[in-house]
Design a protein around this ligand. Structure first.
Ligand code: HEC
Length: 300
């Protein structure tokens, strides 16, 4: 029957140690890589969620605080002010988009889109992918969405909040007649937005490209994973080399010496190189050699 393990103790120990080292190294290396990628995904999801929460709060602030104060001011200041609507301060969409543009200078990966069917600003018409998100929220009766979507062959992390038309939106989002004149003058809308109160009409969407983030994380993960694998391999090789130097080589040397003695060459002393178990064995061999030499000298 063929033996599974080689005959020498050197390999009986080294081979399992090497196999264990490689498997443990690969396992830990892969785990490190996997964790790195998963952490990157989770961190990005959290960042996108944070960005959308900021956008929502900014919209809320304009809607609840800025717009009423300025409306009030414009109403009272009639006569000296011709504007009936100040876009920069009263449109939550315009306000939020402007702030986000500034954020974009520092975080160019992040993209904010505020989209709706029949938009005031034609740029805010939903793309097919954005329409899918809106339709998904409509169908599942939710106002939040987060996940990964594909657009133009690129994947994106997205986080979205659905926008439901309220009575307060109708001044600007129902008919051109109802819109503030300055708004009509600015956008020159070709149709009535025609939003219906209670309807989910659009969404605020923040997105970040998936591939660049994953690729970066994969690269980082690979470097770390390989690093961990390398450490395991180095420890394994160290153990094997140490065993070789401290145990196997000295044993082989003793074996050679014993064979010399067996052949009758008893003159060469056996060196004791260490004071461990092998050293003690060498000492014993040396005593044996000296005894044999004495007997042989007597016999001469
Ligand atoms: C006083 C006017 C006004 C009111 C009221 C108003 N909006 Fe708007 N809204 C605007 C303007 C102006 C834009 C276009 C901004 C731009 O250029 O991106 C806009 C754009 C939007 C957009 C992007 C799609 C589009 O139409 O261009 C969404 C979504 C939106 N508003 C949601 C709402 C919601 C929800 C409400 C009510 C809770 C509301 N708005 C109330 C003025 C208004």
């Amino acid at each position: 029957m063929k033996r599974l393990l080689p005959k020498s103790i050197r390999w009986k120990i080294s081979l399992p140690v090497l196999i264990f080292g490689i498997i443990a190294g690969l396992g830990t290396g892969y785990y490190t890589y996997h964790t790195e990628v998963q952490t990157a995904i989770k961190t990005t999801e959290e960042k996108v969620d944070t960005a959308i929460n900021f956008s929502e709060s900014s919209r809320e602030y304009v809607r609840k605080t800025l717009r009423p104060i300025i409306s009030d001011f414009l109403a009272r200041a009639k006569g000296c002010v011709q504007e009936d609507f100040i876009l920069e301060a009263q449109s939550s969409s315009f306000f939020t988009a402007s702030i986000f543009n500034m954020v974009n200078e520092k975080m160019p990966d992040f993209k904010l889109r505020q989209v709706a069917y029949n938009p005031i600003n034609p740029k805010n018409n939903p793309t097919p992918e954005e329409a899918k998100i809106i339709n998904f929220m409509r169908a599942s009766n939710t106002k939040e969405y987060s996940g990964v979507i594909e657009s133009n062959g690129q994947r994106y992390f997205v986080s979205a909040f659905g926008k439901v038309a309220e009575a307060g939106c109708m001044q600007c989002h129902s008919t051109r007649e109802a819109m503030p004149k300055s708004l009509v003058a600015k956008y020159n809308p070709q149709y009535d937005p025609n939003w219906k109160v209670g309807e989910l009409v659009g969404a605020v969407i923040v997105s970040v490209p998936f591939e660049t983030i994953i690729l970066k994380a994969q690269l980082n993960g690979l470097v770390r994973g390989l690093g961990v694998f390398g450490i395991f391999l180095a420890i394994t090789l160290f153990i094997i080399l140490a065993l070789d130097r401290l145990v196997f080589k000295p044993i082989e040397e003793l074996q050679r010496k014993a064979e010399e003695i067996a052949k009758g060459n008893v003159d060469e002393p056996i060196e004791v190189k260490s004071d461990d178990e092998i050293g003690k064995l060498a000492e014993a061999f040396e005593r044996m050699r000296v005894s044999i030499k004495k007997v042989m000298d007597l016999l001469k």
